[in-house]
Design a protein around this ligand. Sequence first.
Ligand code: CTP
Ligand SMILES: C[C@](O)(CO)[C@H](O)COP(=O)(O)O
Length: 231
Amino acid sequence: MTTIKQVAAVIPAAGIGRRMQSECPKQYLQLGQKTVLEWTVQALCQDPRISHIYIATSNDDPYFSAQQFKVKQPIVRVQGGATRAASVAAGVQAAIADGFSWVAVHDAARPCLTAAELTAVLDAALSDPVGALLALPVADTLKRSEAGQRSSGSVCREQLWQAQTPQVFPAAELQRGWQLLGTDHPDLTDEASVMEALGLQPQLVVGRRSNLKITQPGDEAIARLIVLDKE
Ligand SMILES: Nc1ccn([C@@H]2O[C@H](COP(=O)(O)OP(=O)(O)OP(=O)(O)O)[C@@H](O)[C@H]2O)c(=O)n1
Ligand SMILES: C[C@](O)(CO)[C@H](O)COP(=O)(O)O
């Protein structure tokens, strides 16, 4: 009988959603019958290799206790930190303490992840010496703006990708990176940056534009259309 490798999902959900300017943190906005976070947890349970879910929330989060996660995987709440990296590191530490050697880090603000994307990034990561992340080749012309929101030129996009999540890596390697660099380093905006800082080159797995991160006003309306189309 072949045993499948068990992976802990870590969801950073301790942000305040400043850019969103919404009445509550964006991870608790309602998309139909579920909140963004409830959709995200459900999305991560679409592959049986995800066996536990660690959610990092802010200490004074008044919304989490009312969440209804209708999944069979155990949900573990941990205290998030002042940065996304600190929140992720708290979840990874809890996962390691529970015996996990691989983690799949996925933003709470990305509720539209499909089963196909999740399976693809897990397949790639678990058979790769470094790990893997979902990403999109840049499809638009990129402009640089140095003053007054005016274009001062274009940036070559030939070798540029937009990182998404899940990002799937060995937990101990991530911890080694944070021990070296800290969790408030401005360049460590995702887990792949930590691996790159260790001199490693994660595998890029082509994702979908529908796996958007709810960030700016109006993004929640797009995400609502995507998730309700699945219902
Ligand atoms: N200290 C932090 C900051 C962010 N996050 C989480 O990291 C994810 C991606 O971060 P981002 O989109 O930047 O969320 P916010 O930090 O909430 O947004 P903003 O920067 O607009 O405040 C989100 O699910 C957010 O909840 C976190 O767990 N802990
Ligand atoms: C992790 C991430 O979603 C990859 O694109 C992104 O770096 C998160 O950035 P944020 O400013 O913390 O939302």
